[in-house]
Ligand binder design. Structure first.
Ligand code: UDP
Length: 369
């Protein structure tokens, strides 16, 4: 008999496993896949750390999260500075003075401000991504760097997407290409998988193992980080996700694109971005290079990996019903991106795990008293 069964060995599940194990609980972790780490999983190929499910960059302003992760590994001082290519021309991201000078031929923030203001389509209460983007950055940036990329990524018109998606991108009036505004940022020097191995040390781990009643009966409590709709047998219908397909290619050249991530903002290219993994580590000495092409894809609950929750009104209403059902389950706790049907950055995921761990321990302590 285990104290806790954790379903899913991704970032949420592994963090929960580590915290519960350290507080003396007997933990079983299961995962459908053949490896730990979920979408953060990395693999060493010819001297290059390859992010198998797309780029994962730790960035956070939460010192507790940063200190916690640093107990497992050392981080390099990687700064995410992607480039967007539109019609063959590179533009710096996030939108900053480098982008504005290239787009408008300006050199100072006040000149850039003037150009943006002339281009903006004001909207007091933007109801969709297009209205939000036009009111924030104006028509030229929207048309070159946002519209086609976003429609390719999500597979729907920007007018059907919630405005919040675009606010993930900073707008900066300085020549600073750091994609994130956070206090701490970096990539684990030896890849992510090592962190998960350490987190799971001392727990019983079963891979290629789907969740079953039989396993559930072997634990006093369940932490479920799989899809919440799947857990409840899709009784209110399946939640929509956007999926991804990755194509990884090895090149004999040392340096193919000169940046870790290049976004392709034209509609006619099927992929949204290419990752040249060696650039996550400026000390990588590999003679060849490995690139991953990221293709957005539609999602079928029975055969595809869910990546991005589509938080529109319909799905949020369905999720609310599952959430109410989840709250009525006494010994099952849901969390992580799939368990809470939210887009989560890595630090949000860890913070959610901290919070759930504290809740579980408090309840446990009450029972034990
Ligand atoms: N986005 C865009 N152009 C870009 C990069 C991002 O329009 O070159 C928009 C797009 O709508 C995307 C959102 O910004 O869904 C968030 O992008 P981000 O790169 O932060 O998403 P993630 O890396 O988490 O997929």
């Amino acid at each position: 008999m285990y104290d806790v069964l954790i379903v899913g060995a991704g970032l949420f599940g592994c963090t929960m496993a580590d915290l519960l194990k350290k507080s003396g609980r007997k933990v079983l972790v299961i995962d459908k896949r053949s490896h730990i780490g979920g979408n953060c999983y990395t693999e060493e190929i010819n001297g290059i750390t390859v992010h198998k499910y797309g780029a994962h960059i730790v960035h956070t302003s939460d010192s507790r999260v940063w200190k916690y992760l640093n107990t497992f590994t050392e981080f390099n001082r990687f700064t995410h500075a992607p480039v967007a290519v539109y019609h063959g021309k590179p533009y710096n991201l996030p939108f900053n003075m480098n982008t504005f000078s290239r787009l408008y031929g300006v050199t100072t923030p006040s000149q850039a401000e003037e150009c943006i203001q002339a281009d903006i389509v004001p909207c007091a209460e933007p109801k969709n991504l297009e209205e939000k983007a036009l009111s924030l950055v104006g028509r030229r940036i929207y048309e070159k760097l946002i519209k086609e990329y976003t429609e390719k990524q999500w597979g729907v018109d920007c007018r059907e997407l919630p405005p919040e998606i675009i606010t993930r991108l900073p707008l900066r009036m300085t020549y600073d290409n750091d994609y994130f505004n956070d206090e701490y940022e970096g990539i684990p020097k030896y890849g992510y998988t090592e962190i998960f191995q350490k987190m799971l040390y001392g727990c019983h781990v079963m891979l290629e193992t789907p969740f079953t009643e039989e396993l559930a009966n072997q634990a006093k409590l369940i932490v479920y980080s799989g899809s919440i709709d799947e857990y409840f047998g899709y009784c209110y219908g399946a939640l929509d996700y956007r999926s991804l397909r990755f194509e990884t290619v090895e090149f004999l050249e040392k340096n193919v694109q000169g940046a870790a991530v290049v976004n392709y903002t034209d509609a006619d290219l099927g992929f949204t971005r290419t990752i040249e993994h060696k650039h996550f580590d400026r000390h990588c000495e590999a003679e060849t290079s490995i690139l991953t092409y990221e293709y957005p894809a539609s999602y079928d609950a029975f055969k595809d990996i869910p990546y991005y929750p589509i938080n529109n009104e319909r799905n949020n209403a369905i999720y609310a019903k599952y959430k109410a059902l989840a709250e009525s389950c006494k010994n099952v706790f849901f969390g992580g991106r799939l368990g809470s049907y939210r887009y989560l950055d890595m630090d949000d995921t860890i913070m959610d795990a901290f919070e759930l761990f504290e809740r579980i321990e408090a309840e446990w302590m009450k029972k034990e008293e």
